[in-house]
Design a protein around this ligand. Structure first.
Ligand code: TEU
Ligand code: CA
Length: 562
């Protein structure tokens, strides 16, 4: 695989609405991001993945675009966007935008045209179908946000398809003219100097027919994935997208894909594949059940988590790279997913950071992860803003859960867990805004905030900074960025351990995933202790000895071994 400029990149995801509000309207914005570029530069990241800032009615906070050539007023102006690209570039930071082209907003002029009449020139830019004989939706597919994936349009007496919310009608990728309009838009943005794109929900652009699938829940609907995720023929469309756009620029692309088996995932990422990287969700959704009650808690253990992490590493080994992440704007906070709430502390947060950041692949740090932000717990469902959370709430009530049980589900899985305003300080509204934020804060901002982290040399922030430095500017950078990944102790219920190896040099990461002392015995001789989340410990006794050691609760060490 040819060397790529982004191989040693560390990428930071910003959810603009929640990052920093520069004009005190309670909503994060582009100028707010410009104000924080020096903070991000201090962390040491190379690229910013910006969740969508295009013009949008904001039903799904920007993942419903009504004008691909304009910036949402609440986020700022096109000049602000151009200034962000320029100011970031001055600091050696590239901007990746979020390309949402599986669907548009129902307020896009294309859709307004399309729904006017059956013979409108733009009709075929979307997916319209006749009702079934009984007048119902054309198929029994469930939208990812709950309920039918079809909405009836009185004016032309047909249904239109929406994989997500009804305000997000699916674009019809079978229509060549539509595709050409999308490619033209992508190139227009790339000519503004973007470093690349994260490509939203791209698994769903190819539908293989419109037939009912097997019902898999009490709502009598079926999962839309069976008929419209990674379907045969999708690669032709994605390779056309790449040929018409990405391949003509020195950029990096990462696709959000519905994860399947390794071979299928390899078809999407790599030199001769449509994308450079793919987000593979097999490790972040292990706490979800299947079917329409996907939100039901699913038990998992460390061995399963390691299996999934190792599957992902195996999939993208050698000539590809994994996009590695713990969190994003759709996921609850990783601290609450992988740790018991009572065990979230400095040691366990740093343990998760090291396990994540020292894998092979391109790390994506989600805003707030670098200071240990965690899930929120609003007592009232009306305090949640996310339309998927409200869809989930309705689904769970319909499935017979009572309100208390449903709130447990919301607290565990709502996407608003990762969308509470960024916690800059213990000042009013956590320094995010001088106005009432659009979404309530996590009350723990008094203790968990950037200012506190920057004051404490042993903070989570500086631990992430150290991990980034190891990848970017250390004697071990080559091994961490490019070295082979080899799991160890796969069947151990308490420990995560893996080797990183290149040209005979070996690093060993050993992490105690539990809040108790655990023995580690491995036939490697310790040469150097590179990093630990117990700065107070003296490791000299470990040097030149075989690794036979008792790890303290959540103790994590990175060693040079032979
Ligand atoms: O998410 C696509 C996707 O598959 C989501 O259904 C995700 O799995 C779900 O939100 C988890 O609860 C992308 C964006 O990341 C998401 O924010 C958007 O809502 C969605 O597409 C529609 O654009
Ligand atoms: Ca604002």
């Amino acid at each position: 695989m040819t060397e790529k400029w982004w191989y040693d990149s560390v990428i930071y995801q910003i959810y603009p609405k929640s990052f920093n509000d520069s004009n005190n309207d309670g909503i994060g914005d582009l100028r707010g991001i410009i104000e924080k570029l020096d903070y991000l530069n201090r962390l040491g990241i190379d690229l910013i993945w910006l969740s969508p800032v295009f013009s949008s009615p904001m039903k799904d906070n920007g993942y419903d675009i009504d004008d691909y050539y304009a910036i949402a007023e609440q986020f700022g102006s096109m000049e602000d966007m151009e200034e962000l690209i320029a100011e970031a570039d001055k600091r050696g930071i590239g901007i990746m935008m979020d390309l949402v082209i599986n669907h548009s907003s129902d307020q896009h002029r294309w859709f307004k045209e399309s729904r006017k009449s059956k013979n409108n020139p733009k009709r075929d830019y979307y997916i319209w179908k006749e009702p079934k004989a009984d007048g119902g939706p054309p198929t029994n597919w469930r939208s990812i946000f709950g309920g039918s994936a079809w909405t009836y349009d009185q004016q032309t007496e047909q249904y239109y398809l929406h994989t997500f919310a009804e305000e997000q009608p699916d674009l019809n990728w079978e229509n060549k003219k539509l595709r050409q309009e999308l490619y033209q838009m992508v190139n227009w943005w790339l000519d503004k100097g973007l470093a690349g794109f994260r490509v939203d929900a791209i698994s769903y652009i190819k539908k293989s027919g419109f037939k009912d699938q097997k019902v898999n829940g009490p709502d009598g609907l079926s999962s839309i994935f069976e008929a419209s995720a990674n379907q045969p023929g999708i690669l032709d469309l994605l390779n056309e997208l790449k040929a018409e756009t990405f391949s003509n620029y020195q950029i990096v692309t990462v696709a959000e894909l519905y994860a399947e088996d390794n071979k299928r995932m390899q078809e999407f990422a790599g030199d001769d594949a449509p994308f450079d990287l793919v987000f593979d969700f097999r490790h972040v959704d292990l706490d979800l059940s299947e079917g329409s009650e996907w939100f039901k808690a699913r038990d998992w253990d460390l061995i399963e988590l390691k299996e999934r992490l190792n599957e992902i590493q195996k999939t993208y080994a050698d000539d590809r790279r994994a996009a590695i992440f713990w969190e994003n704007h759709d996921q609850p906070r990783s601290l609450n997913k992988y740790l018991n709430e009572a065990e979230i502390n400095d040691y366990s947060i740093k343990m998760l950071a090291a396990v994540f950041m020292l894998q092979r692949g391109i790390p994506f740090i989600y805003q707030g992860q670098e200071i240990g932000m965690s899930n929120v717990k609003f007592e009232n469902i009306d305090d949640y803003q996310d339309l998927a959370t409200h869809g989930l709430y309705q689904e769970a009530l319909k499935a017979g859960y009572d309100k208390e049980e449903v709130m447990e589900v919301v607290w565990r899985r709502s996407r608003d867990n990762s969308r509470t305003p960024m916690q800059w300080s213990d000042a009013e509204n956590a320094g995010f805004s001088k106005a009432e934020p659009w979404l309530k804060l996590n009350p723990n901002y008094q203790e968990i905030n950037v200012e506190e982290n920057l004051k404490d040399d042993n903070s989570v922030f500086y631990f992430y900074k150290e991990l980034i430095k190891l990848r970017k500017n250390s004697p071990y950078q080559e091994i961490i960025v490019d070295g082979k990944y080899q799991p160890l102790l796969e069947s151990d219920p308490n420990l995560i351990a893996y080797l990183r190896e290149k040209e005979g040099e070996r690093l060993l990461l050993a992490a105690n995933f539990k809040n108790k002392e655990v023995e580690i015995n491995l036939d490697y001789q310790v040469e150097e202790i590179i990093l630990s989340n117990y700065p107070e410990f003296d490791y000299r006794a470990l040097k030149a000895k075989m690794l036979d050691y008792q790890l303290s609760p959540f103790e994590t060490i990175l060693l040079k071994v032979k």
